[in-house]
Design a protein around this ligand. Sequence first.
Ligand SMILES: Cc1ncc(COP(=O)(O)O)c(C=O)c1O
Length: 427
Amino acid sequence: MLTAISRYGARVLPNTEELVAGCKARGEFVEGPQIAEFEAAFARRLGVDPSCAVTAAYGRMAFYYILKALDLPAGSEIIFPALTFWVVPELARVAGLTVVFADVDPKTFTVKPDSVERLITDKTRAIIPTHLYGLPCDMDRLLEIAARHNLIVLEDCAHALGALYKGKPVGTFGTGALFSFQTLKPLNCYGGGLALVTDRQLARKVRQQIEALPWPSEKRVQDRLLMGRLQRIFIKPWVFSISLFPVLWISALIDANPDVFLWENIRSLNPLPGQYTERFPNVQAVIGLEALKHFDGWTAQAQANAQYVNHVLGDVPGIQVPYVPPGCTHVYYQYCVYGPEGPKRDDLVVRCVRRGIDIETLHVDVPPDMELFGSVKAEADGARRSAQALQIPVYCGLRRDQLERVATTVRAVLAQAAAASGGAARS
Ligand SMILES: Cc1ncc(COP(=O)(O)O)c(C=O)c1O
């Protein structure tokens, strides 16, 4: 049987079950000393004072607590990229701020400094460079604009742990940063996130808010780990081939979008849902500590996989493989290419899916186009164009033969489309 290859590949420790059993045996499943150890190890890895890293129930909540700790005047404007995960600007609104969206460069998928600058008003207080898909933003220009307008910079590093800008890790450029530890993220702790701030005083204010929260119940943490285990099982090629893949295959035929079942329901987050306002449990910190030991190897493998796909796709006329500006290190949380002019993105996806390669279309959102945000101040043409890229699996868990199949299948589909459309590039 030809197995299908999933768009997702979680980074999984071979000894997860032993780590979980060890926590239970020590009575440190929910509360325990490894939370502080993990925070310190994470901070040290980024060269930051260990007291300046604080774990939270989600990356988005880490961001929320930084915003609350900053105590910006109500109605302050905060500038996000117009291509990002909707929950992050939504939580800025819950924190009482007015969100504004700057455009992104379709070549890099990151926020355009010129667009940020055009949107600054006397109410603007903060900008959020999101290192989308694992590529650092143009930090020199953004920091220069922020300094000139006296703005706070908070980096969204949910996709980008390990990425470097001019040799310096992302997450260490601004006043603060958020990291995510969801199952599919670069550092998988089966959920959770972390606030990294540059100032001890600010870290204390973030910590005070989080320490006032309840611990999650043991059952909640157990369910989370079980969900992670199920995700792991369902993305194994043979299980995927007989379970989720047929759903995707049929969806491709009938033009349905099953992604809506995979992601969180789009809705107002005010009031905050219950599971948002809990603490990060010890067992997940234990998994995070162990995962940090493997992290550089995983990143290097994803980078090598991306180089391989670049090599296979790079000479197809009309195809644009990911652009990495000089001085940036990309960690390829997502690998995005533009197909040729002519066929619609979704038709290309259908052709890949029919050949057993599950391709994602848009991993994040264009929030200014979402009803949830109403009519906001925004520039978003580049974000809309960026949403037309194809997201090809290059995750580190792919075996070499699987990676070769991904690359040659996508190449065949794109080359055929390019030949039919005369080879014009889309972006
Ligand atoms: C760009 C971006 N920022 C922030 C987050 C939030 O991370 P978390 O799910 O841990 O809240 C995500 C999650 O997918 C994301 O994609």
